[in-house]
Design a protein around this ligand. Structure first.
Ligand SMILES: Cc1cc2nc3c(=O)[nH]c(=O)nc-3n(C[C@H](O)[C@H](O)[C@H](O)COP(=O)(O)OP(=O)(O)OC[C@H]3O[C@@H](n4cnc5c(N)ncnc54)[C@H](O)[C@@H]3O)c2cc1C
Length: 385
């Protein structure tokens, strides 16, 4: 098969690897706009109990990925200057660049034609193939070009966020809630190697305007946020890399997932808010599902139909969970009055995926403390279904 892939992010690279593993005679090319060492962001987090889905599909890259991960099992929620720790939640963090470099090397070993610094401006030039894959991220040109077929919806969410780094190490997935005279701020932080943590800050539009971020330079933005999170960063500066800017999260869905021999994968197809840390996992799982459909079915349209049937319900369920989390964070001022313990409980159960019973299995002490609080305080809060 001749396969053209637009976009060399996690989805495109991993799909190429899996197809080559299946049949080394596939001719696979990837057009990637950036160079091998340019990337946005800092580290990514996998909200996984296990990496078995990577181990089963490409043990070579899996070994390297897990070997470079920082692993922890606690979520820390900092609210009203108090930290509540919830155990039993296994996460793994890895530098995004390290992760991509591992997949690049694997592609090279498998003879994938990986073309860096190739910005696709006209997708029709890539149509001469058996399968054209749009793995070109949230702003997908392929999706836009064939929008009449895919019928995408792109919902720009209300909060603004910025992806920063710091050498302050956050040992655990840490959600920090701080306020000042301008409004409410939320930081999502976690270490992803021995020296660096990701530090994503989000805030609502009113806070963002009042703080004057629309006219602040990169350095002024970091300095301002440094003050907001002074107690957490402990004088370690916030770091920027290329492409740092405030963004409104785009919630992407597509009415149709494929057209003729063209298919979308990863963020081009769907996004899930970063607060549940599943974007990369979803991109990899798409690639696994699509490759599996081609293992079972050689006819392209039959394979693409099977891919959508198998994957759509899972994706939509995860998007629903991510949207519940996103909405709660957009309306965080409604819950700000809560004491640290019930606040932490609400945060842990916000996506609807972690029930009271599940949380109890993960951290019985935390749940017991919450139940005690509930008995004493009551006040209308309840146990998550
Ligand atoms: C702030 C933030 C934090 C996140 N945190 C996490 C996290 O902790 N854990 C997690 O799992 N996920 C996280 N994600 C999500 C994750 O980054 C994405 O879901 C994941 O990278 C999707 O992979 P992808 O391959 O579909 O798209 P991308 O990673 O976006 O890759 C698309 C690639 O296509 C290339 N491209 C685009 N257009 C063209 C073109 N015209 N020509 C050639 N190349 C092109 C781009 O350069 C890019 O390399 C986060 C995202 C954001 C925004």
């Amino acid at each position: 098969m001749k396969i053209n892939i637009i976009g060399g992010g996690p989805a495109g690279l991993y799909f190429a690897i899996l197809m080559k593993n299946q049949d080394s005679s596939h001719e696979i090319s990837i057009a990637e706009r950036d160079g091998p060492n340019d990337t946005f962001g800092w580290g990514i987090v996998f909200s996984d109990q296990t990496f078995s889905y990577l181990e089963d599909n490409d043990p070579t890259s899996c070994q390297q990925i897990t070997g470079n991960c920082e692993i922890w099992d606690n979520v820390d929620i900092v609210h009203k200057d108090q930290k509540v720790t919830i155990r039993g939640n296994r996460f793994s963090g890895i530098g995004r660049l390290k992760f991509l470099n591992i997949l690049h090397e694997r592609c090279r070993d498998l003879d994938v034609d990986l073309r860096f610094r190739t910005n696709v401006e006209d997708v029709s030039r890539y149509r001469d193939c058996d399968l054209l894959v749009g793995a070109d991220g949230a702003g997908s040109l392929l999706r836009h070009t064939y929008r009449d077929f895919f019928e995408p919806s792109v919902d720009l969410r209300k909060n603004k966020y910025i992806w920063l780094g710091t050498n302050q190490l956050f040992h655990g997935l840490t959600l920090t809630f701080r306020t000042n005279r301008d409004g409410y701020f939320i930081a999502h932080s976690y270490k992803f190697n021995k020296t660096t943590s990701t530090f994503i800050v989000e805030c609502n539009e009113a806070t963002w305007r009042k703080a004057g971020f629309d006219s602040k330079s990169e350095a002024e933005t970091c300095e301002y946020l440094q003050h907001v999170f002074d107690a957490d960063l402990r004088e370690r500066p916030l770091l920027t890399n290329n492409f740092v800017r405030w963004i409104n999260f785009p919630l992407i869905r597509n009415q149709h997932w494929w057209h003729e021999n063209i298919v979308l994968l990863g963020d081009a197809l769907h996004t899930a808010h970063f607060s549940i840390g599943s974007g990369t996992k979803m991109a990899l799982e798409d690639s696994i599902a699509l490759a599996k459909c081609f293992a079972d079915e050689s006819d392209v349209t039959a394979a693409l139909g099977a891919f959508e049937r198998a994957r759509r319900p899972l994706v939509e369920s995860l998007q629903d969970a991510a949207s519940a989390s996103l909405l709660l964070l957009e309306n965080i001022h409604d819950d700000w009055h809560l004491e640290p313990l019930p606040f932490a409980y609400k945060m842990m159960t916000r996506s609807g995926r972690i029930t009271h019973e599940k949380l109890k299995r993960r951290d019985p002490d935390f749940v017991a403390a919450y139940e005690d609080w509930l008995r004493i305080a009551g006040c209308g809060l309840r146990i998550a279904d």
